[in-house]
Design a protein around this ligand. Structure first.
Ligand code: SAH
Ligand code: MG
Length: 219
């Protein structure tokens, strides 16, 4: 089993993306704990998959605990991934359309990792999916668009689905504005200020929160 985890970590490190190794390991450990507590049929949601790097860390935790991971992305990239922006990569532009399309890269990553048995790709706008989602979530990882609008839409859409006693993780939380954009940090502050979540671990810009009480609906 350890061999399998090592193999998956190596796959994750090879994949294109935005998840430092130590934060990926921390993400895996946090999700594995959630999967274990869920007892064999846990539900994980990832918002923002890009080419599947974080998906493999979360998928490794899903596989070993019997959970399923729903990995959500429209696969056309965030604002910050578009040509001329900081996190652009020409290789993921579909020459036929001139548009970013990371879905073929994501699929390749998941197939190479052999995670098709527990990872489900959900292709679309995350707030639309959140509105129709009905299953309580054991581990929710928010790493989608980092602009004001998409980040808050993800928080408002997904945080209420996290079951009491379960976990919400947010990526790219930078308390110092010199290190990165505000919205993910603001979400993290709002989660704590709501009194619904308590801090439960961090690594780099990854913050893990545990739901202490039911959603109040006052957002
Ligand atoms: N977790 C990834 C990085 C995600 S980058 C990793 O480990 O590398 C952010 C992703 O969010 C992009 O792929 C982008 O397409 C997606 N995204 C941004 N806004 C979105 C939205 N409103 N709905 C669905 N996906 C979105
Ligand atoms: Mg990120």
């Amino acid at each position: 089993m350890e061999g399998r985890t090592d193999e998956l970590f190596a796959q994750a490190r090879r994949a294109k993306g935005f998840m430092p190794d130590d934060e990926g390991n921390a993400l895996y450990r946090a999700a594995r704990r959630a999967g274990t507590e869920a007892g064999g049929d846990g539900t994980f949601v990832e918002v923002g998959a890009w080419c599947g790097k974080s998906t493999v860390y979360l998928g490794a935790a899903a596989e070993t605990t019997g959970a399923a991971l729903f990995s959500i992305d429209h696969h056309h990239g965030s604002e910050e991934n578009q040509p001329g922006w900081e996190h652009h990569d020409d290789e993921v532009v579909d020459p036929a359309t001139g548009r970013i399309d990371t879905l073929p890269f994501w699929r390749r990553t998941i197939d190479d990792a052999g995670l098709g048995g527990c990872v489900v790709g959900v292709v679309g706008i995350s707030s639309v999916i959140a509105l129709h989602w009905r299953t309580p979530i054991d581990f929710c990882f928010i790493d989608g668009g980092h602009g004001e609008e998409p980040a808050w839409a993800d928080f408002r859409g997904w945080a209420p689905h996290v079951a009491v006693g379960r976990w919400l993780a947010i990526h790219d939380v930078f308390p110092d504005p010199a290190d990165g954009g505000r919205p993910p940090y603001d979400l993290w502050c709002a989660a704590l200020a709501s009194g619904e979540f308590v801090e439960d671990g961090e690594c780099g810009s990854l913050r893990v929160l545990r739901r202490a009480g039911p959603p109040t609906g006052a957002r």
